[in-house]
Design a protein around this ligand. Structure first.
Ligand SMILES: *Cc1c(COP(=O)(O)O)cnc(C)c1O
Length: 409
C-alpha cells in the first residue's frame, strides 16, 4: 500500500472538493432528482459570488456591523493557571450576535439567496442556534423564514424557539423518529423539493450535498483567518494546537482551514461522547461509526449492521447528529486532523469550571472542546500555545444544566 506521503506529496486545501463535491472518497451529491437542479443552480450562483468583490465586500460589511466581527482571541489566564501547562486562548465566537458562530454562515447564505432572487428561506435547527441566526438574517434582509426543529429539541431549547418566533420566523415542530436534528433535516428537504423555485435552504453546518460542505466551510474561514493574525500579533508565532468541537463540523473547519498547510499546528476535533461509546449513547462518529450515506452525503456515520442509522445521544443538542462533515473524514484519513470525544459528565464539570474561573459561560457544544483543551494543557509545557474555538455562549443551556445538576444531587 502506498504511504500517505507518496499519495499526496503536498496537501492543497484549495483543491478540495472537486467539481462534483468529493473530498477524496467522501462527500458528493446524494439527493432525489427533483433537487439536482436546485443544487446545480446554487453551486453555479455560489461559484460566481465567491469571486465577486461586490458580494464579498457586502458580506464583510454585514459581518462587521451586524454580527460583530472580528471576535477577540482571548487569553484564558485563570484556566491556564488552573491547568499549569500550555497557554489557552479562546476564539470568542460566543460574542457574535445571536451567540454562536452560526451567524457567519446564515448571513452569507441569506445574502446569496437574495442575489439569487429567492424570497423564502427554510432551515433546520438542532440546538436552535442555527435557527436563531437564520431568523435574524431573514429579519434583517426582509425574507420569509421557516425553521424545522425536532419536537424534542424544541423542549430542550425552548428559549431559542421563542427567540426565532420573536424575529418573525415560523418554527415547525417535527414529531417523527427521535424528534431531533436528523428528522428536522428530512422535513426541510421535503419542503425544498416542493418549493424549490421560490425557496433557498440555508443548511447550518459543513454537511449535506455539494456545494454545502464547501460553501459553509468558506463562510466560516474568517474564524481561522482572524485567529491566525491575532495569535501572530500576541505570541509572535503560530499555535501548537487548535481544538474545536465537531457536530457537522463547521466551526472546526472554519478555524482549522487556514492552518491546514502549517505542518507544526496539531488539530483536534472533539465529538460528543455522551454516556460513553456504547450503541445509542453517544454521537462520536469516528469512535463508533463507519462509511455510509446520510442526507445527501457520503461520510462516517453511526449505523447498525444493516446500515440503519443508530440513535444518538449528547447533552448538547448541537452535537447530537449521526454523521460528520465529509472534509473532516478526509483529513482524518490523511492524519491531518485528529479526533477525540468528551462525555456528558466531563462537559458538565468543565461548563462550571470555565464559568467560575473565566466569567465566561460556554455553550455545551463548545465545552466539549474545552474538556479536551484542559487535558492537553495539563500535559504540555508552559511555552506551548493552544487555541480553542469557543463556538458559542451557554446562556441557552443554563436551564438544562441547572436541571441536570439539581437531579444529580
Ligand atoms: C451548532 C453548534 C455547534 C456544532 O456545529 P458545527 O457545525 O460542528 O460547528 C457547535 N457549537 C455551537 C455553539 C453550535 O451552536
Amino acid at each position: 500500500m502506498p504511504t500517505v506521503a507518496e499519495e499526496a506529496p503536498r496537501l492543497d486545501r484549495f483543491s478540495l472538493p472537486d467539481a462534483a463535491g468529493h473530498f477524496g472518497g467522501y462527500g458528493g451529491v446524494f439527493v432525489p432528482e427533483t433537487l439536482m437542479t436546485a443544487l446545480q443552480e446554487l453551486a453555479a450562483a455560489y461559484e460566481v459570488a465567491r469571486k465577486d468583490p461586490v458580494f464579498l465586500a457586502e458580506l464583510r460589511h454585514h459581518l462587521k456591523e451586524f454580527a460583530g466581527r472580528p471576535t477577540p482571541l482571548y487569553f484564558a489566564e485563570r484556566l491556564t493557571q488552573h491547568c499549569g501547562g500550555a497557554k489557552i486562548y479562546l476564539k470568542r465566537e460566543d460574542l457574535l450576535h445571536t451567540g454562536a458562530h452560526k451567524i457567519n454562515n446564515a448571513l452569507a447564505q441569506a445574502l446569496l439567496a437574495k442575489r439569487m432572487g429567492k424570497k423564502r428561506i427554510i432551515a433546520e435547527t438542532g440546538a436552535g442556534q442555527h435557527g436563531v441566526a437564520t431568523a435574524a438574517a431573514c429579519a434583517k434582509f426582509g425574507l420569509e423564514c421557516v425553521v424545522y426543529m425536532g419536537a424534542h429539541d424544541m423542549e430542550r431549547q425552548a428559549l431559542n424557539v421563542f427567540r426565532m418566533r420573536l424575529m418573525g420566523a415560523e418554527v415547525r415542530g417535527v414529531e417523527a423518529g427521535q424528534k431531533t436534528l436528523k428528522e428536522a433535516i428530512n422535513e426541510a428537504m421535503r419542503d425544498w423539493v416542493t418549493n424549490v423555485r421560490s425557496t433557498h435552504y440555508i443548511l447550518g453546518t459543513a454537511y449535506g450535498s455539494h456545494p454545502y460542505p464547501m460553501m459553509v466551510r468558506d463562510f466560516h474561514r474568517v474564524i481561522g483567518q482572524e485567529a491566525k493574525e491575532q495569535i501572530l500579533a500576541c505570541e509572535g508565532r503560530l499555535p501548537d494546537e487548535l481544538i474545536a468541537c465537531v457536530g457537522g463540523g463547521s466551526n472546526a473547519i472554519g478555524l482549522f482551514f487556514e492552518f491546514l498547510e502549517d505542518a507544526g499546528v496539531k488539530m483536534t476535533g472533539v465529538e460528543a461522547g455522551g454516556h460513553g461509546i456504547k450503541r445509542g449513547e453517544h454521537a462520536a462518529r469516528f469512535a463508533g461509526g463507519r462509511l455510509g450515506v446520510l442526507q445527501g452525503c457520503k461520510t462516517f456515520l453511526l449505523q447498525d449492521a444493516e446500515g440503519q442509522i443508530e440513535l444518538t445521544h449528547s447533552v448538547s443538542a448541537g452535537l447530537d447528529y449521526a454523521a460528520v462533515g465529509p472534509e473532516h473524514a478526509f483529513y482524518r484519513d490523511r492524519g491531518r486532523i485528529d479526533f477525540a470525544y468528551a462525555t456528558d459528565d466531563e462537559v458538565l464539570e468543565t461548563f462550571q469550571l470555565c464559568s467560575r474561573l473565566e466569567g465566561i459561560i460556554p455553550a455545551l457544544e463548545s465545552t466539549h472542546a474545552l474538556v479536551h483543551a484542559i487535558k492537553r494543557a495539563k500535559v504540555l509545557s508552559k511555552d506551548k500555545v493552544i487555541i480553542v474555538n469557543l463556538s458559542g455562549r451557554g446562556d441557552k443551556d443554563v436551564q438544562q444544566v441547572a436541571a441536570l445538576l439539581g437531579s444529580a444531587k
